[in-house]
Design a protein around this ligand. Structure first.
Ligand code: FES
Ligand SMILES: [Fe+2]
Length: 445
């Protein structure tokens, strides 16, 4: 595939443009499913979704139904959720607990390690010797690996190890995983919704600081009111535990980091504030991980692990899984993600702040999805096919990291330091460079 038709990437000329067709073309979409979602690492879920023996959850990789299950001994495995007999989808629910899965079509059964348990009326079946010598268990995912409780799989076997794929961006997953010694959990109450636009609009929007003041005025008004209502000592305490940021942050409001394989982060400085549910652990986290890493846990962070995982942390915390269904249709599965063992008060604050920002009934998500749908409608206009939304920050981007990434020993490929207005768009380049590489048929970097 000639990717230069879709991504015009000429750093020497200061040009980076994306063609509208990338969001609408059926052939592009089908190749994305094959090359990206069925051709490399994708996020499946977190370990606590199958916490106990025989727990399982279901998800998809591209078009392929997938089941992740813990067996009786505690080992987690990923399978294609399809019966080897005639292919019927085996587990029908989003999650559950089953020592045994019985296929609803002809009752072949499988244990929680995916092994065949019984074939109905086996002896009467007059099967050939060749059939008897065939394994009748579920097909394991060619690759299945975990990083700090985040589970990934690949339907292609010839991919690099997960740790290499995540690279330096893994340190940003550490910032999520290390918030509690007990690990992470998803707060009950998964929300699934669809929007009528391309999956890459969600990919971009998570990292798009530029839309915030335009698309979310009602939420900003709520924030301003809360700020006014906060007592003076709460406002003063924002920096009390963090000399570093007080000194170093002068003029810097945040920025972005870009990594190999399409992972990106945009971030902003919040400070150590009781507006964040993690506040109760501020002291303990500094002792356990050092101040720099603790302070990073309090920064606003929007992390994308290409192609389908996003973890957004601000006043609350959200885990999102992106699932493309058609060029103009995307399914989102979203959860509130939280450190295990936080106090009831912190959990309450996390959930309340989740509802007002992240929920599809909240004040931010509907603004975003409506904008994605407006873009999708606008893409029909191809008189000028090249989009101009990838140019902010072009002259602010530098190779490597900066004094803030040094705090957690992280070495990104590129970084931008920003004031409140810059709103970098060069981090999208990472997405489309990884995209172009995968679509061109090159394996992951
Ligand atoms: S398709 Fe599963 S038993 Fe027939
Ligand atoms: Fe938004």
């Amino acid at each position: 595939m000639d990717v230069t038709r879709y991504v015009d990437d000429r750093p020497e000329d200061g040009v980076f443009r994306v063609n509208r067709a990338i969001f609408t073309d059926q052939a592009v979409f089908e190749r994305e499913i094959e090359q990206i979602f069925e051709g490399g690492w994708v996020f499946l879920g977190i370990e606590s979704q199958a916490e106990n023996p025989h727990d399982f959850f279901t998800t998809t990789m591209g078009r392929v139904p997938v089941m992740v299950q813990r067996d009786g001994e505690g080992t987690l495995r990923g399978f294609v959720n399809s019966c080897p007999h005639k292919g019927a989808r085996l587990a029908q629910t989003r999650a559950g607990n089953a020592r045994l899965h019985v296929c609803p079509y002809h009752s072949w059964s499988f244990d929680s390690a995916g092994r065949s348990k019984a074939i109905k009326s086996h002896r009467a079946g007059c099967y050939s010797a060749a059939f008897e010598q065939t394994d009748h268990g579920l097909a394991a995912l060619p690759r299945f690996e975990a990083y700090r409780g985040f589970l990934f799989g690949s339907l292609a076997a010839d991919v690099m190890p997960l740790a290499d794929y995540l690279g330096e961006a893994a340190k940003l997953l550490d910032l999520v995983a290390d918030q509690s010694e007990e690990g992470l959990e998803l707060v009950p109450g998964q929300v699934t919704f669809t929007y009528e636009a391309n999956w890459k609009l969600q990919l971009e929007n998570c990292s798009d600081a530029y839309h915030f003041t335009s698309a979310h005025p009602s939420y900003i008004r709520v924030l301003e009111r809360r700020q006014q209502e906060m007592s003076a000592d709460v406002v003063a305490s924002v920096w009390e535990n963090s000399d570093y940021w007080k000194e170093e942050a002068q003029g810097v409001a945040g920025g972005s980091y870009s990594f190999a394989n399409g992972h990106v982060l945009n971030w902003g400085i919040f400070g150590i504030t009781p507006a964040i549910p993690l506040y109760e652990s501020a002291g303990a986290l500094a002792e356990r991980h050092g101040e720099g890493k603790r302070d990073w846990m309090f920064n606003m962070r929007n992390l994308t692990i290409f192609p389908n995982l996003q973890v957004a942390e601000n006043a609350s915390s959200q885990l999102r899984v992106i699932r493309p269904l058609a060029p103009g249709l995307t399914e989102m599965r979203t959860w509130c993600i939280a450190p295990k063992g936080e106090s009831a008060a912190a959990r309450r604050q996390r959930i309340r702040q989740y509802e007002d920002f992240f929920n599809p009934t909240g004040m931010a998500t509907p603004d975003d999805t409506v904008s994605y749908e407006n873009c999708q409608i606008g893409y029909a206009g191809t008189v000028e096919p090249w989009l101009q939304g990838y140019a902010r920050g072009m002259t602010a981007t530098v190779e490597g990291g900066n004094r803030f990434s040094d705090l957690i020993g992280m070495a990104p490929e590129r970084s931008v330091l920003a004031d409140a207005q810059l709103c970098d768009e060069t981090l999208f380049h990472s997405y489309y460079r990884a995209w172009a590489q995968r679509m061109a048929g090159e394996s992951e970097a």
